[in-house]
Design a protein around this ligand. Structure first.
Ligand SMILES: Cc1cc2nc3c(=O)[nH]c(=O)nc-3n(C[C@H](O)[C@H](O)[C@H](O)COP(=O)(O)OP(=O)(O)OC[C@H]3O[C@@H](n4cnc5c(N)ncnc54)[C@H](O)[C@@H]3O)c2cc1C
Length: 291
């Protein structure tokens, strides 16, 4: 089963309308191909629900919020961890216009999908106030950002900026169920602990995956005793080799694959640092949340 119209399956699986590799016109291409796909593909009908699990108890900061959505037919279709969908709420003003959102839950969760969103404008500000049982339309899944697209050697470095942590939440949740032997260093830059939603889910992943390390990097949290400031060259060149058990000058940077998600500048700047260390472009997969 799929979220999409079957005739559109092949083209959608291959396309990544938001792939950062298509710079500098990636944003324009994203919008054009997104609009094109939505015109061709029939959406499926969903509704917002209360979180059925204990996760409901986990609160988000004032700017972050979560939505749980269940399909009308009761079956969450197949998707890869890290993919995104277009979401709209018909008859709800601006919310009737579809927007892209990453699925933060795991494909192994078959009852609902979770969207983790930041209140950054009119659309998200309105979505934040939706009650349960609000009808929704969903197009997708889209994107090739999932680690399953290129699992390689099973050694991963995930680098997230802000709400860009969402696809990694899906991947880590999936890994704890289906891929516990993966070695993953997850470096997540945010302003404060409150901007790092679902950290409890990440810590649970750490307990279940022996080769996992989570490094939050906080720029505006004076009480934080861990890594401070931004995810920058110094931190990457120190943390990545150390995680894999090497000194900086002995580490073979191409022995791992790298996934970057955040604002466009984040993916561009960190990609440059990785390439400076000899990482081949094929080992760097980026996704930007900017249109
Ligand atoms: C592949 C992909 C996955 C995404 N996943 C998530 C996610 O998991 N969680 C999340 O919170 N956000 C995600 N986003 C971003 C999200 O789609 C936007 O924030 C969304 O459109 C909500 O818009 P808004 O409420 O901020 O602003 P709107 O009311 O839609 O627009 C307000 C203004 O901001 C501009 N704008 C809105 N969104 C963007 C954008 N993405 N880039 C540049 N300008 C923009 C508009 O052009 C407009 O001028 C994702 C984006 C992409 C491309």
């Amino acid at each position: 089963m799929s979220f999409r119209h079957p005739r559109a399956k092949m083209s959608l699986m291959k396309s990544d309308p938001f792939g950062d590799k298509k710079k500098p016109l990636a944003g324009l291409g994203s919008v054009v191909s997104g609009v094109f796909h939505r015109a061709l593909v029939r959406p499926t009908v969903w509704k917002t629900i209360d979180f059925p699990s204990n996760d409901a108890a986990i609160s988000c900061s004032t700017r972050l919020f979560k939505l749980a959505l269940a399909p009308e037919n009761g079956v969450v279709p197949d998707f890869k961890p890290g993919q995104f969908v277009y979401l709209s709420f018909p008859g709800r003003g601006i919310l009737a216009s579809p927007r892209p959102f990453t699925i933060a839950s795991s494909p192994t969760e078959k009852r609902f999908i979770e969207i983790l969103a930041k209140d950054t404008g009119d659309w998200s500000g309105n979505a934040k106030t939706l009650g349960i049982k609000t009808p929704a339309l969903i197009w997708g899944p889209y994107g090739t950002f999932s680690y399953l697209q290129a699992p390689g050697s099973g050694r991963f470095v995930f680098l997230a900026g802000g709400i860009g942590g969402a696809p990694f939440l899906s991947m880590l949740r999936y890994m704890t169920d289906a891929d516990r032997d993966a070695r993953v260093l997850f470096i997540w830059g945010a302003r404060t602990r409150d901007d790092m939603a679902e950290k409890e889910a990440i810590l649970r992943a750490g307990e279940r995956m022996s080769g996992f390390r989570f490094v939050p990097v906080l720029s505006h949290d004076p009480r934080w005793a861990g890594e401070h400031g931004r995810v920058d060259r110094e931190k990457i060149e120190r943390l990545v080799p150390a995680f894999f058990g090497f000194a900086s000058d002995e580490f073979e940077w191409n022995s791992a694959s790298y996934r970057l998600c955040g604002p466009r500048d984040f993916a561009r700047d960190l990609g440059e640092i990785l390439r400076d260390n000899g990482v081949k472009s094929a080992a760097i997969h980026s996704q930007s949340f900017n249109r």
